[in-house]
Design a binder for this molecule. Sequence first.
Ligand SMILES: Nc1ncnc2c1ncn2[C@@H]1O[C@H](COP(=O)(O)OP(=O)(O)OP(=O)(O)O)[C@@H](O)[C@H]1O
Ligand SMILES: [Mg+2]
Length: 521
Amino acid sequence: MKEYWTSLASILGVFAFCQTILQTVFPPELRFASAKLFNKIFNCFSSYCYFEITEIDGVNTNELYNAVQLYLSSSVSITGNRLSLTRAVNSSAFTFGLANNDSIADIFNGVNVVWEHVVTQRNSQTFSWRPLPDEKRGFTLRIKKKDKHLILNSYLDYIMEKASDIRRKNQDRLLYTNSRGGSLDSRGHPWESVPFKHPSTFDTLAMDPEKKIEIMNDLQDFANGQGFYHKTGRAWKRGYLLYGPPGTGKSSMIAAMANFLGYDIYDLELTEVHNNSELRKLLMKTSSKSIIVIEDIDCSINLTNRKNNKNNGSGLGSGSGSGLGCSRSYYESGVGEIRGGVGEENVNSITLSGLLNFTDGLWSCCGSERIFVFTTNHIEKLDPALLRSGRMDMHIFMSYCSMQALKILLKNYLGCEEGVDLEESVMKELEEVIGMARMTPADISEVLIKNRRKKERAVDELLEILKVRAEKNKKNGEGDEDDDEEEEEQEKRALDSDSPKQESEIEDDCKEGSEEEEKIK
Ligand SMILES: Nc1ncnc2c1ncn2[C@@H]1O[C@H](COP(=O)(O)OP(=O)(O)OP(=O)(O)O)[C@@H](O)[C@H]1O
Ligand SMILES: [Mg+2]
């Protein structure tokens, strides 16, 4: 064996020597031919094989090159000494890369490989229809010949997947809306998109930390659950129903979910959808790794009397909702019954079953890795069909501000740490009244924002307000909660007064008015 290696080394030595002579004495053509021959002979004896991935493949940009660059950026940032830094268009993150002519080792399925980033000057005589960069860039992948068949395809697939993950994480999220109605854009797309810049995260969300961790784990399990969903024969999707009073953070939670998973958001405005097949088309045009949101579902559709509605089940009336970035009408309650009612199928014939099919039917699994989120202020108004397990997998109650949540708000808005900036006695006082005060995180954050430069004043004012609210609630008993909610809903409706009222609403208002008059009498 030793003799074999000695002779091999001497052969290679001779070739190297010959090449040096050739380089100094012979013309370039001859040198090129000899180098080719040398490489061929060298490759026969080498135990490695090499793959070149150039930046530009002919005239097209090579996607694999970009993918490798991104993939290596994840490990390079930790191990490399000399790195390149880039920031792509539409991205708020910096990407580390392998510097020119540098190399890095990687392991995949127990197999060692080496990547080299090769940069050479481009031959100025090269002819091309479009301007090419001065430098020719490429990656060279070195794998042992015996390992080539074991890993090459799966390794490259893995790299492509990993790169698109990194790209998604680096790139800004998109918020899609169907506010254009049924019309399509020039590419035949029914959705319009804007960059999604909502800063809400699970860190900024004020809620019980245990519940928060439970939700984060659930989301993480979902995102990593491809194998599980495949094995169990389930469509790779998950439904969350967020319910609770206005201002408790339902929209903020959706934004936090999107930022946590790096998913885009499709904010579905049901007013703009005319029938079930349009709803299905919208679904088909959503991408995977996305969150499909219907806000204030109880106000968008009359979900309680679908059996009574002869023609089309529950008619869908209007979209409503808050917060994620699209202006839209709030709380056009009850319109659905009229628009989708008997004999008006052509005007608006989205049915509850259409909506259920949208989330749960065969069509719901075209594409994959989708999350459906519905929000409501009144879970009791929803049809049980929407609530059954498997459809909305997790019901999340967004409650009034608890002590745990208040601590998060104090930290986020005032930078107050428990035990450091706030005395124990103050914390105790806050704890005594926070439950009874039944204030939403939105209300509390308003007080904190107003006084954010004066911590003590902010806490004092908050304590004062909490005490007053708690006292009032104590006096009025339980019924007060409903009154508060009703007041807030009225406010929301008032906000919507710009949009012309539907006949039904006017009728409803009159009815409510006369009912109230009767009550007063
Ligand atoms: N749990 C929370 N944590 C942090 N901030 C919150 C929370 N709840 C509300 N807020 C603040 O209040 C504002 C309104 O909250 P958000 O729109 O998320 O409430 P919502 O529950 O969606 O209300 P609605 O039912 O009216 O749609 C947000 O901009 C956020 O700053
Ligand atoms: Mg909201």
